[in-house]
Design a binder for this molecule. Structure first.
Ligand SMILES: C[C@H](O)[C@@H](O)[C@@H](O)C(=O)CO
Length: 532
């Protein structure tokens, strides 16, 4: 049986070139596994000698490639890198044959992240697909499921860890707390400021307005051009004051002098200007949460937005004043959703306010599900995920707070103009995790509890070095959810996390948050060991 293979890539040539070798190796192993199972891979697009990679690197190219694919044939989308889902979405939406998305289990490049984004995007688009992953494509789990797919055109994921929300499962006082919060939230209404919608082809991250409005949240469509223009009005001394505040708190900046490869003080100061500009625009439009796209458009003008994003998500952050000298959002975080992932934006805003309403620290963030391995020592024995995000998490999450936070230069293949990350290792403790997503033209949320665990330095460094060491990390164990259950179910590249005092509190807060989200019209599914 002939099976077509396509590989979606980044829009950035530099990233596609750097990551190509890993993709070529993965495709070789995958082709051998498919041959062993009785199939034959036909690559639907060639390696480009001039570009020096073999990825589909634009929506237009994707449409061309799919014109030459038999629409009824089985098709594999193979991913070892971060990819833009819209490159292949048009082709996959009209494809009629069975679709299998496959990623290699490697942290080197964000291939698992790329595949999960594609899965979430296909789910939102209502396209049927199956999904698989493997370290080297020779394990039984992969081989058995590949055979199943070849024979039956589907792979059945293990969803035995998922349980639908039922208010009868929630203690009455917790149900009332969640529902009352949600009713007040919806009545009050909130504004989500979106600085250019649709980052990096993340179709799944765009919440249609008709699904958003019933939650009480309305979008304010803002432009990154205005953000840039506002940056130009921020005075040098205002940026210096933000930087001094961070230095006084003990944050470290890994400064050098080469703009092309190192973080410079100048890049950091531009990031401080963006921070002030973002807060001023948010105040001007009355936004309750904002998301900056950055990775297309703004990336050609200024250093990365990560410093801005990490600071905004922290309640204790440098003060920002309007032009008349009034402090803006004094004493509060301004929840920010990285990569304008609007699903995460709903979560960030609801979670911050819900936790604050209960007198708790509300700092929360998304991370990528980047990688994971089982780890065992005297205190940890479980599958420990590498939750990692491209630069922005709140310092409150890190061991040592600001003193444990550093800013390192963003990798040049993604971020030509540099800028520093907000890097740290997330402190050990109980967490509530969640992910809001769009399926069947409705909002859903998967959620559960987990633990951010402390790994020995050697293991932590090994994980950082095999992924992206400049980015913030959380070593997370998800309670009652195996690696394969998570991968088979999760509908996004991102996962949301917030801390709880201990495991019993995490259970309680998870139930209250579930009740709140459900009241807002979001269909909740408990995953794993939530006590319900
Ligand atoms: C820098 C890259 O584009 C990352 O932003 C990407 O891998 C992601 O984090 C996707 O969520």
């Amino acid at each position: 049986m002939n099976i077509y293979l396509v590989a979606s890539g980044d829009l950035r040539l530099s990233a596609n070139q750097v990551c190509w070798d890993a993709q070529a190796q993965m495709e070789q192993l995958l082709s051998e596994a498919v041959a062993e199972a009785g199939g034959k891979i036909i690559r639907a697009h060639a390696y480009d000698e001039q570009k020096k990679h073999g990825f589909i690197d634009s929506q237009k190219m994707g449409m061309q490639v799919f014109k030459n694919i038999d629409p009824t044939a089985p098709l594999i989308v193979a991913e070892s890198v971060w990819q833009y889902s819209h490159h292949v979405l048009a082709g996959l939406i009209t494809h009629q044959g069975p679709i299998l998305t496959v990623a290699n289990w490697s942290g080197e490049w964000p291939g698992l992240v790329g595949m999960l984004n594609l899965n979430g995007s296909l789910t939102k688009a209502g396209v049927e697909y199956s999904t698989l992953w493997s370290v080297d494509f020779s394990d039984d789990f992969f081989k058995t499921n590949l055979k199943n797919w070849l024979q039956t055109a589907t792979v059945q994921p293990d969803l035995s860890h998922v349980k639908a929300f039922d208010k009868a499962l929630i203690p009455a006082d917790e149900l009332a707390a969640g529902v009352n919060f949600a009713k007040a939230f919806r009545k009050e209404k909130a504004i989500m400021g979106v600085f250019d919608e649709g980052c990096m082809g993340m179709f799944n991250a765009i919440v249609p307005d008709h699904l958003l409005h019933p939650t009480g949240i309305y979008k304010e469509r803002l432009s990154q051009s205005s953000l840039y223009a506002k940056m130009l009005t921020v005075k040098d001394e205002e940026a210096e004051a933000v930087l001094q505040w961070l230095l006084d708190k003990g944050m470290q900046f890994d400064w050098g002098t080469d703009e092309a490869t190192q973080l410079t003080r100048n890049q950091t100061l531009l990031q401080c200007k963006m921070y002030i500009a973002a807060v001023r625009i948010a105040a001007e439009f009355g936004c309750d949460t904002i998301g900056i796209q950055y990775q297309q458009g703004l990336k050609d003008l200024v250093p990365a937005s990560d410093l801005v994003e990490g600071l905004l998500n922290n309640q204790n952050r440098p003060p920002v004043f309007d032009e008349a000298g009034n402090e803006l959002f004094a004493g509060e975080a301004l929840p920010h959703f990285n990569e304008v992932d609007e699903c995460a934006g709903i979560d960030a805003l609801v979670t911050y306010n819900l936790w604050r309403s209960m007198g708790l620290k509300g700092e929360n963030t998304l991370h990528d599900l980047r990688y994971g391995e089982h780890y065992k020592n005297d205190s940890v024995d479980g599958f420990v995920w590498v939750f990692l995000i491209s630069g922005a998490a709140p310092p409150e999450h890190f061991v040592g707070g600001y003193e444990g936070t550093s800013s390192e230069r963003q990798p040049e293949m993604y971020f030509r103009l540099g800028g520093g990350s907000v890097k740290g290792v997330s402190k050990p403790g109980s967490i509530v995790w969640s992910r809001i997503y769009v399926m069947d033209d409705a909002l859903h949320c998967d959620m559960g509890i987990g633990e951010s665990v402390d790994l020995p330095k050697e293991e932590l460094d090994r994980r950082w070095n095999m992924t992206t060491p400049q980015w913030p990390i959380m070593n997370a164990v998800l309670k009652g959810v195996s690696r394969d259950q998570m991968m088979g179910r999760h509908k996004a590249n991102h996962i949301h996390v917030v801390y709880a005092e201990n495991e019993s509190e995490a259970n309680k807060l998870c139930r209250i948050k579930a009740a709140a989200l459900q009241e807002l019209g979001i269909q909740v599914h408990f995953c794993g060991d939530v006590a319900v």
